[in-house]
Design a protein around this ligand. Structure first.
Ligand code: GUN
Length: 251
């Protein structure tokens, strides 16, 4: 795990990931670098970790400081050690449907759906948000399970007309309580990826839970819904990376 600077949210996420590794018996190293770290220095560290045989997975916590180019950093990680699945090689594999690593948050959402006995095939799936980390890969994973997928975003006209059609609704916009009960189809599965901190320091999702739970058939809470799944999927990707790096066997 590599963390650059002292963003408080990133610090919490990295601590949680470190704790999960310890709980699973996964050896981990943390590289906490100062905000002043140059791109060159970060690239040198990634190069070292790429070559280190006792390290199977590399995670650079995002966001990196503004003077560092995120894409250059992601592209420098060995795709076989890219446990976030952010490298273009892994992004491409997800598109094709033949992948080793799945981005942790969308993978966690799929695991929740699957473990809840919900069949995606033929269902109307609406993903609100089009980020590279969540929205886009989430749409592909639902499509691979034969969902009929719509991606909505900040320029979508009449958002509610789309969300009201959703049998499965995934909210990943990063706006607190953006999806309200009146935007949800009765009985729908509502999965809230948002983690927003309110002024009173409380965490809340992208879905207005109080109004949505009255309409939804199933709904995930924030905190405690998708968040823990994300970390569990990171552990799964890390084990997968260890197998790939030791055996050379890929999907
Ligand atoms: N920042 C926010 N979410 C993530 C994530 O899933 N992985 C990394 N590396 N950084 C993040």
């Amino acid at each position: 795990m590599v963390i650059v600077g002292d963003d408080p949210a990133s610090r919490i996420y990295v601590n949680n990931k470190k704790k999960a590794c310890a709980e699973c018996g996964i050896y981990s190293e943390e590289y906490a670098l100062p905000e002043s770290t140059t791109q060159e220095e970060l690239l040198e560290l990634i190069d070292r970790l790429n070559k280190k045989s006792d390290i199977s997975g590399i995670l650079v916590q995002l966001p990196v400081p503004e003077h560092i180019d995120e894409t250059t950093i992601i592209n420098a990680i060995n795709p076989n050690k890219d446990v976030d699945a952010f490298h273009p090689v892994n992004v491409g594999k997800i598109m094709v449907g033949n992948f080793d690593f799945v981005p942790c948050t969308p993978a966690g959402v799929m695991e929740l759906i699957n473990e809840s006995g919900i069949d995606v095939s033929g269902k109307e799936c609406v993903v609100v948000g089009r980020s590279n980390i969540v929205g886009k890969p989430q749409a592909m994973l639902l499509l691979h399970k034969n969902g009929t997928v719509t991606i909505c975003h900040s320029r979508t006209k009449d958002l509610a007309s789309h969300t009201k059609n959703a049998d499965i609704l995934v909210a990943a916009v990063g706006i607190p309580k953006f999806i309200t009960g009146d935007m949800i189809k009765p009985g729908a599965v509502v999965i809230d990826v948002g983690i927003n901190r309110l002024e009173n320091k409380k965490l809340c999702g992208d879905v207005d839970f109080d109004s949505a739970e009255k309409i939804a058939g199933a709904i995930t809470p924030v905190p405690g819904g998708v968040g823990p799944m994300t970390i569990a999927m990171l552990m799964k990707n890390t084990v997968r990376a260890a197998v790939i790096n030791r055996t050379g066997k890929q999907s």
